[in-house]
Design a protein around this ligand. Structure first.
Ligand SMILES: C[S@@+](CC[C@H](N)C(=O)[O-])C[C@H]1O[C@@H](n2cnc3c(N)ncnc32)[C@H](O)[C@@H]1O
Length: 391
């Protein structure tokens, strides 16, 4: 196993998670595992008119039911051996692996505590029309032993949920561009998800293991919250990203910004981020009018939660030359026809209706954060962002 241990509180090992017990001295307080879901079938899918191979990597290739069960049993057994008697484990998954994980946990004597639904507030579109859209992942939380009580910070969870008991359905957005500054992992988890998990189930100073660490989201959240981290992954390229992310935490300004992002609440004002061709953008900025197609075709906006909190508009061209303005009226938009836009001097594409936002051009707002709209492959797709990601 290759060991990277530049920091005492952040150690990563490149190797197989089944060997976890060989690299850990003593025991860990909590394990978060985001194992392969075995989703990749090597099939080609059509996304926005382009054919792409749906493939997360060799480690995620579809396997037989027996192979998945065997794999899950082996790594969970290894995890059980390194967990303290009162320790807990979180495992994420979708229907592809989660039932196998639950069965193996029970066979190994773990006691399941909750199944949390991570409801993605901004899921990627489901391409096939044969299913309901896929918007959730599942997190099993279990404790090692039936007899040893586990730790749960109920009060902290209530505080984070406006004084009400935290439910088992969590609305959290998918990973944001600012979390991928050090490189991209194909299945990176959002920091906000790990932040909540760690606050709920560990105390400061405790030791957390992630046997499928990838880009080490668990480790970053752990260290931000004063917990120690051990991560294992068989791909060195991902651990390298994780270690770069950890290096970033040496910068107090970056840490302060991350904490602010993590604390951003669901009542925060949002920004409509909209791509426009250079010539169209010029007219938009002159007139204080921004428009986008209604619907879910290329470049248009599918109205999602957050729209009702819209207070700003950011207009860019292919991720560059960004301009941020406040809307004239909070949360107000109009639907215009193609003809109305033409009458106002625009040359829209051929859609019949457009969402129109009016913004105040008298005062451009300075963007103070590093944004990389190009980090998302489809920068022309309109999206809604919390304002704290920009200023
Ligand atoms: C779903 S990803 C984890 C992503 C991670 N949560 C993050 O936020 O970046 C699963 C990871 O498990 C790793 N992996 C797959 N099989 C493994 C094994 N047998 N032992 C160790 N790592 C493995 C893959 O390289 C991949 O990075």
């Amino acid at each position: 196993m290759i060991i990277h241990s530049q920091f005492e509180n952040f150690k990563t090992f490149c190797g197989d998670s089944i060997e976890a017990q060989n690299v850990i001295e003593g025991f860990v307080d909590m394990i978060f595992a985001d194992p392969p879901y075995f989703l990749s079938k090597g099939k080609t899918v059509r996304i926005n008119g382009q054919y792409k191979k749906f493939d997360k990597g060799e480690w995620d290739q579809e396997k037989s039911f027996e192979e998945i069960n065997h794999f899950n049993y082996k790594w969970l057994e290894a995890c059980k051996n390194v967990l303290k008697p009162d320790g807990t484990i979180w495992v994420s998954g979708t229907y592809h692996n989660i039932f196998s994980v639950a069965t193996c946990l029970q066979k190994l004597g773990f006691r399941i505590l909750n199944i949390v639904v991570w409801q993605k507030s901004d899921p990627r579109p489901t391409l096939s029309t044969q299913y309901f859209s896929f918007t959730a992942e599942y997190l099993i939380w279990a404790r090692k032993s039936a007899s040893h009580p586990h730790f749960f910070n109920c009060a902290k969870m209530e505080e984070m949920n406006n004084g009400k008991r935290m439910p088992d359905v969590w609305q959290i957005p998918i990973v944001r561009p600012w979390e991928m500054r050090c490189g991209q992992h194909p299945t990176q988890k959002p920091l906000k998800l790990l932040h909540r998990i760690i606050l709920a189930s560990t105390r400061p100073g405790e030791l957390i293991l992630d046997p499928f660490a990838g880009s080490c989201t668990t480790g970053i959240a752990a260290n931000l919250l004063g917990r120690d981290f051990i991560g294992i992954d068989k791909e060195n390229q991902y651990l390298r990203i994780g270690n770069l992310r950890r290096l970033e935490l040496e910068n107090p300004d970056i840490v302060a910004r991350m904490i602010k992002m993590l604390q951003a609440n669901s009542s925060e004002p949002t920004v409509m981020v909209n791509h426009a061709r250079k010539s169209t953008k010029k007219i938009m900025l002159e007139k204080g009018i921004c428009y986008l197609r209604a619907g879910d075709s290329k470049g248009s906006l599918l109205v999602k939660p957050g729209f009702e909190r819209l207070q700003y508009v950011l207009i860019h061209t292919n991720g560059e030359d960004c301009h941020l303005y406040k809307l004239r009226s909070k949360g107000i938009f109009q639907i215009w026809t193609h003809e109305t836009l033409v009458r106002h001097g625009f040359s829209p594409s051929n859609a019949p209706y457009y969402i129109v936002l009016h913004f105040d051009t008298s005062k451009e707002i300075t963007i103070t954060k590093d944004i990389n709209l190009k980090a998302k492959r489809y920068s022309y797709v309109a999206k809604i962002m919390p304002i704290s990601e920009l200023i």
